[in-house]
Design a protein around this ligand. Sequence first.
Ligand code: SF4
Length: 286
Amino acid sequence: MQIRVKLAEKYGFCSGVRIADIKVRRFAIDGGIGAILGQVVHNERVVSEMESMGMRTVETIDEVTEPAIVFSAHGVPPSFHDHAHKRGLEVLDTTCTFVYDIHREAGAALEDGCHLVFIGESGHREVVGYTHDLDPEDYHVVSSLNDAQAVDWSVYSKIRLFYQTTLNAEHYEETVRHIEKVNSRTIRADTICYATKENQTAAEKLAADPEVELIFVIGGTKSANTHHLWEITSKIKPSKLIQGPDDIDSVWLQKLTCVGITAGASTPDSLIEEVVSFLEQYKNPE
Ligand code: SF4
């Protein structure tokens, strides 16, 4: 029996990642030689494709021996640009325009005397980009209600609060409300990216579809937004986080008639197509 595949109404690459991916590929095709700081896209397939084009991934600017360095869509602290220029490196900056908006808004809020709060993961590269160059007295990174409860927010004259773009805001509502309750001069910036929201809403809708029995969430193991999609769908339907068709265990497919598919903002179209084609060709024993 053949399995029907339903795709979420919105999934996969966001505009920021699509642009970053195109910029790096064009650079390599035009003969550019560079190293990518971190992963240009949080997806193992894309990383190895880039490596095969001569664009290897490095973890620090000092490791770069190529003439150019690529900064990913997540953005970097401003000091990284200075460091790269001091080393004489050409910079290919693929920072997403929405991430740059947050850098600008945070800078303006700081000048306005606000204490900055970033709701997100302290080690996430996007958050590191916002906070690395700041005085530790000027900001907090909060990733849970416990974190929020450990700080006396009343001491700050005003607070400006930003979200890491790829978060599910609902998960942090209680945390943000706690800060607002302790300090009524807290203003939230609506910085959850529309692409993330759209993928999340579509994933939730797909999981609620009565015909869909199992959801595959496709994405890299280091992709935070892919993991968030899985969190959303797994509350409603059994869900499997996979990187590609090779991760699919046929045991999961037994007796299924319809599966749903969604993918993180860093998952390339080619990988999604491979999973769809695998499932469409798969036949459960009658
Ligand atoms: S998820 Fe949004 S903010 Fe992040 S890179 Fe994509 S478009 Fe930009």
